[in-house]
Design a protein around this ligand. Structure first.
Ligand SMILES: Nc1ncnc2c1ncn2[C@@H]1O[C@H](COP(=O)(O)OP(=O)(O)OP(=O)(O)O)[C@@H](O)[C@H]1O
Length: 226
């Protein structure tokens, strides 16, 4: 893979935390490159640093050593506003808990990030309806999160993450809060949608079964990928 090809390229990524005078080296030199459209499972035991790694790639926090390139841009070298722009233009996020805005309905939750990115409202609404319908929520467009089931809430969160057609979706246990049957269904829909949109994804999970459905599996062990 040449430099231009990677959606994300991590080179010697490190992160340490200090707590009560004790230093923990969570990431000790992580290297990873993800191709456009490639869906990668990130496995590792609890506390191995999966969320920390996603935070690094998501440009959500500082304090990391090494290099984080997103779509060929060295984001680790950018000031905060530059990182925000790279994040908005390239990344979508799905978390274990949906983090939807409680006072806004499903459509509005999916419209919001598009408005922030400068899309016109009518276009954003069309896109929200298209993507929510693709996820089987055509009959739930005006429901608020509290009026939706857990699986439906998580589908709205998936729609929100994909709304801006991100090059890379970052997902942290995206179905970890759902029962097994619903998790399997929502996860299959998530994968279909990501594949259909041609986005790449990095998905942290404990679930080997879900991991096996992705294109590649990487494992965090003692601060490095194996
Ligand atoms: N802000 C912080 N301050 C101190 N330690 C932290 C901080 N954030 C994370 N850690 C530590 O870093 C380690 C990795 O945490 P992280 O949440 O990345 O693991 P994880 O693999 O995502 O775990 P899980 O699967 O349980 O979600 C843990 O030991 C955690 O306690």
């Amino acid at each position: 893979m040449n430099e231009e090809e990677a959606v994300v390229r991590l080179t010697n990524l490190t992160r340490s935390f200090e707590q009560g005078g004790v230093r923990i080296d969570v990431l000790r030199g992580v290297n990873l490159a993800i191709r456009p459209g490639e869906i990668v499972a990130l496995l590792g035991p609890s506390g191995s640093g999966k969320s920390t790694m996603l935070q690094a790639v998501g440009l959500l926090e500082g304090g990391f050593g090494g290099k984080i390139e997103i779509a060929g841009i060295d984001a680790s070298a950018l000031p905060t506003d530059g990182r925000t722009r790279v994040r908005r233009e390239n990344l979508g996020f799905v978390y274990q808990f949906h983090h939807l805005l409680p006072d806004f309905n499903a459509t509005e939750n999916v419209v919001m990030p598009q408005l922030v990115s400068g899309r016109h409202r009518s276009e954003a609404e069309t896109r929200a309806h298209e993507i929510l319908t693709a996820l089987g929520l055509g009959h739930r467009l005006t429901h608020r999160p509290s009026q939706l089931s857990g699986g439906e809430q998580q589908r709205v969160a998936v729609a929100r993450a994909l709304a801006n057609r991100p090059r890379l979706v970052l997902a942290d246990e995206p179905t970890g809060n759902l029962d097994e049957h619903t998790a399997d269904k929502v996860f299959a829909e998530f994968l279909d949608l990501v594949r259909g949109e041609g986005s790449a994804a990095l998905v942290a999970t404990h679930n080997e079964r879900l991991a096996a459905r992705m294109d590649r599996v990487v494992r965090l062990h003692e601060g490095v990928l194996e």
